[in-house]
Design a protein around this ligand. Structure first.
Ligand SMILES: [Zn+2]
Length: 279
């Protein structure tokens, strides 16, 4: 698809710089290939560049073991853990080698793209320090994966930072977008078509997570449950394949960690397995 674009509509455009919003493979995956093809610099936030380096080197036995213990602690049995760890092994086959260097962009920076000036906004939750771009003059907001129109961006917790409050970070970023951006921006998201109604969409996303928290609180009121046992409580509408189950588990743990921080759940550990109870 990229080759068709570069040789078609973009054939007379000089690519002078590549700005990558975050470290997920569907965003940074071809950065090495594009940078080499156009001999241009790569611009990313420091955290996202370093996170990409981490992703390209995380397939070690030690890290897989840490993830195995993490899943076990959240109540997943051996055979499910095996299946979950079996997925994602082709990460390196699907991405090009990351450029060995980059130029840093940070929250609050101003960057020029063509004739426009954009302010760099970064936010956590979906990725660690995802870059979004806002052009006040034309009310353009490039939201990356932070605000999408059709799907709720994945907000997960993994073994590398087991107590991370990803959902808290995500909700804080949404709240700050609501207060800093005007109502009538056009949103250009990382997936799907452009849309208006940023604040409405942000409210829907925040409500969606609150609804999940309520389901978890109800389920843990009379009996304590593991994250594994809570997955079908929250994802009751779907039959999950292994790939989806991995993301569902990561998402579920993000909600549980958030509720622990907020004092809505209490955790208890027995035989190396965590169980949660509503306070
Ligand atoms: Zn993403």
């Amino acid at each position: 698809a990229w080759t068709a674009l570069f040789e078609g509509p973009l054939a007379h455009v000089k690519i002078t710089r590549l700005i990558v919003t975050h470290s997920h493979p569907d965003h940074v995956g071809l950065a090495g290939w594009i940078v080499e093809r156009f001999n241009c610099p790569l611009h990313m936030s420091q955290v996202e560049y370093l996170q990409s380096v981490y992703h390209q080197n995380r397939g070690t036995e030690e890290r897989r073991n840490a993830q195995r213990l993490f899943f076990r602690r959240h109540g997943m049995d051996e055979s499910l853990t095996d299946k979950l760890l079996g997925r994602g092994q082709d990460y390196l086959k699907r991405v090009s080698i990351l450029p060995p260097g980059y130029r840093r962009i940070s929250h609050g920076d101003e960057v020029s793209i063509g004739t426009r000036r954009f302010k760099v906004i970064t936010g956590g939750g979906h990725a660690l320090d995802q870059v979004m771009l806002y052009c006040a003059a034309d009310k353009l907001f490039l939201s990356a994966d932070q605000v999408l129109s059709k799907i709720s961006p994945n907000v997960s917790v993994w073994a590398v930072e087991p107590d991370q409050n990803s959902l808290g970070e995500y909700l804080a970023s949404l709240a700050s977008l609501t207060t800093t951006l005007p109502y009538d921006v056009i949103v250009l998201p990382g997936h799907g078509v452009p849309f208006y109604g940023l604040k409405t969409r942000i409210k829907q996303l925040a409500d969606h997570h609150e609804e999940r928290c309520r389901l978890i609180a109800d389920a843990c009121r009379t009996i304590s449950k593991t994250s594994k046992e809570l997955v079908p409580v929250v994802f009751h509408k779907h039959v999950l394949d292994v790939h989806q189950m991995g993301f569902a588990a990561g998402e579920l743990i993000a909600h549980v960690n958030y509720m622990l921080v907020e004092g809505r759940l209490k955790g208890e550990e027995a035989d190396g397995v965590l169980r949660f109870r509503t306070t």
